[in-house]
Ligand binder design. Structure first.
Ligand SMILES: Nc1nc2c(ncn2[C@@H]2O[C@H](COP(=O)(O)OP(=O)(O)OP(=O)(O)O)[C@@H](O)[C@H]2O)c(=O)[nH]1
Ligand SMILES: [Mg+2]
Length: 658
């Protein structure tokens, strides 16, 4: 590679100072002459009108700067939990990350969620403790919290002077590195045991870089994005400790799309990270499993605004024009449609969106489809019978943002009907069903037998083919793998709406029998021959019957709540929790403040949030994180289907033949 590139994510809980830090780094690198302010709506990366009004980041944004011969493409992400999907989409394109923590607010539940994802993906991560200028800022307290709640392998990179004042500063020192690094480096351990002062600075730096890049040690810097303290130290850390992008520009092109935007003229712009190879304007690219398009323009982020280029290569990030059907998560140059696995929980709420003006209904559908391009997890659904549109949501802030976006960008006035939890269905036992070729109940030309078995929680849907290979319709699907892939797809489609209308999850579906119909052979060669449509249409019919016999139950999202309250209010809070049907763990009691941990339905956590100030004299703090699903008690809620119900054969036949 000609020059080195580092694709760097800035991640943190809301308000930790990511956007301000981004601004500080751009300034330190000479990209901007003046530091913008989030509070005045003048930063580089909070560029959307809505971000400027609200003072929060909503969309991930890219800004570029140079440290020596290293180009850093920095991706500033939103910290509000409602926008976690934005973070998820950038994770797969990062070479390294900076996790920002506020020195005052400390490690938050969201910080832990982010750190866990970074560790799972082995993304080399530096920690930046920000806001050391603010009264109440901590240093040792923060290091303690980081090692207790985020990672045991903390490498403090120096020390803070005059903490909590505008004059707070950060000085690099290697004093505390040897001990941490020795745990994972025998050379250093030996030298350290021999004589602490014998470990050379070079040896330490090398070991630190190696262990950071392997994602096993996390260097911790301190500073202030507002005053600039610690910025230089962090900059040198980025260059020395994080790995530059790998990949050969001569290899076949491979890249990943992490953001979609619409340009001024409504044209689609894909943000692409290249892993290998080179793409040029006028290239025809394959993406998203079978689609293709022609690149009409490319722009990279070079010291601030984006600049047109004729090509980009391995390691780079660019905006690409011309790929009209491209979607977020698509792999460029790859044939499989397989996206990266999800790192964060899905949205657990949904709400019906209605245009205030009845005539705007069609326009609303188009607008939501465009928003879904940028954020597929909003999962726009239209129920056919009432033709109502609904979207999936993480929370109220996201809802307000969607509403404001529809108003500002599309001139659409909309109202949301009450937000309700998204349930799922899980099977409780094995079920099986079969439809046989040429029988009365089977209007399609195929035999399919399917079994559905419950699987452990959070494992999604697994499909397996367990048939005599000679019975597979290979004249349609060419290979057994391809047949399995298609069947897998038909199964997934069907399970979007189970017996009660909810997504079915956590099960294994196995195809155990298959037959197709062949022409009678000469002389009559016109006999019926099964087609792909027969398998596609018959699958829902069989699978829904199998599902019915597997006795699915409706499950609701639950959260794990951590409640910190004044100890003398514990009785009142426990009583409220009991009333909300929460499962409470033994509280940990302290003299003044105590902590209760409990799991309860997500829908009721909001009620708890409302009651808490009253119960605790305004002192209670509630953190809740998604903790999976559990069966609902009482009457299971149902959701209107968006597709014909295969269990109603007449209706199904009518609809699928249309
Ligand atoms: N005193 C002080 N304030 C800071 C510092 N960094 C950021 N802030 C303030 O903290 C608030 C949030 O800063 P942002 O940069 O928007 O934080 P963010 O992490 O980007 O927030 P989201 O993107 O919405 O999650 C703003 O009012 C900043 O002025 C700092 O180092 N010191
Ligand atoms: Mg921000």
């Amino acid at each position: 590679m000609l020059h080195k590139t580092l694709n760097l994510g800035i991640l943190a809980h809301v308000d930790a100072g990511k956007t301000t830090l981004t601004e500080r780094l751009l300034y330190a690198a000479g990209v901007i002459d003046e530091i913008g302010s989030v509070d005045h709506g003048t930063t580089q990366t909070d560029s959307l009108a809505l971000e400027r009004q609200r003072g929060i980041t909503i969309k991930s944004a890219v800004a570029s700067f140079a440290i020596g011969d290293l180009t850093v493409n920095l991706i500033d992400t939103p910290g509000h939990p409602d926008f976690i999907a934005e973070v998820e989409r950038v994770l797969s394109v990062l070479d390294g990350a900076v996790l920002v923590i506020s020195a005052v607010e400390g490690v938050q539940p969201q910080t832990r969620i982010l750190m866990r994802a970074l560790q799972r993906l082995r993304i080399p991560t530096l920690i930046f403790v920000n806001k050391i200028d603010r009264p109440g800022a901590g240093d040792e307290r923060l290091l303690q919290a980081i090692s207790e709640r985020l990672t045991r392998a903390v490498a403090p990179m120096g020390s803070v002077r005059a903490i909590g004042t505008r004059a707070a500063s950060f000085e690099l020192s290697a004093d505390r590195l040897a001990e941490v690094l020795a745990e994972r480096d025998e050379g250093i351990l030996a030298a350290f045991v021999e004589n602490e002062s014998e470990v050379s600075q070079q040896q330490l730096r090398d070991a630190l870089a190696t262990q950071t890049q392997r994602g096993v040690v996390h260097p911790v810097f301190f500073g202030s994005a507002i005053t600039g303290a610690g910025a230089e130290a962090l900059m040198s850390g980025l260059a020395e400790l994080l790995p530059a992008a790998q990949g050969d520009p001569e290899d076949p092109a491979s890249g990943s799309v992490f953001k979609i935007e619409r340009g001024a003229g409504g044209e689609k712009i894909a943000y692409v990270r290249m892993f290998s190879g080179t793409i040029r304007t006028r290239d025809r690219l394959h993406f998203g499993g079978g689609l293709e398009g022609k690149v009409t323009a490319i722009a990279v982020f070079e010291r601030g605004p984006s600049v047109q280029r004729s090509s980009i290569s391995a390691g780079e990030v660019a905006q690409v024009w011309g790929l009209r059907e491209i979607q977020i998560g698509d792999r460029i140059g790859a044939t499989g449609a397989e996206g990266p696995a999800h790192q964060f929980p899905p949205p657990t709420l949904e709400a019906v969106v209605a245009a205030c003006n009845h005539d705007d209904r069609a326009r609303l559908r188009v607008a939501l489809a465009q928003l879904a391009e940028q954020d597929p997890l909003i999962n726009v659904r239209q129920d056919d019978t009432r033709s109502e549109l609904s979207v999936s949501l993480y929370g109220d802030v996201q809802k307000e943002v969607i509403q404001a976006t529809l108003a500002n960008e599309f001139g659409l006035d909309v109202a949301f009907r009450e937000t309700t939890p998204i349930h799922i269905e899980r099977t409780t036992r094995s079920g099986e069903a079969v439809e046989i070729l040429h029988t009365e109940s089977n209007p399609f030309l195929a035999t399919i037998r399917l079994r559905i078995d419950p699987a452990p929680n959070d494992t999604g849907i697994d499909f397996r083919l367990q048939i005599d290979p000679r019975t597979a319709p290979l004249y349609i699907y060419k290979t057994l793998e391809s047949f399995a892939q298609h069947m897998d797809e038909y199964v997934r489609q069907t399970l979007h709406e189970g017996l009660f209308g909810w997504q079915v999850s956590d099960c294994v579906v196995t195809m155990t029998k298959c037959t197709y119909s062949v022409p009678d052979g000469p002389p009559s060669r016109r006999g019926p021959l099964s087609t792909a449509a027969d398998f596609r249409k018959l699958t829902p019919l069989v699978l829904m019957q199998a599902l019915e016999s597997a006795r699915p139950v409706v499950c609701e999202p639950i959260v794990r709540a951590r409640i910190e309250i004044p100890t003398d209010t514990i009785g009142a809070v426990m009583a409220a929790l009991a009333q909300l049907g929460a499962a409470v763990e033994t509280p940990s009691l302290r003299t003044r403040l105590s902590t209760i941990e409990a799991t309860l339905p997500a829908a009721r956590a909001q009620g708890l949030q409302r009651q808490l100030p009253g119960l605790t004299g305004g002192e209670g703090v509630l953190d809740s994180t998604f903790a999976g699903y559990q069966p609902v008690s009482g009457e299971p809620p149902t959701r209107r289907r968006t597709t014909a119900n295969p269990l109603n054969l007449d209706e199904y036949k009518l609809r699928v033949s249309r």
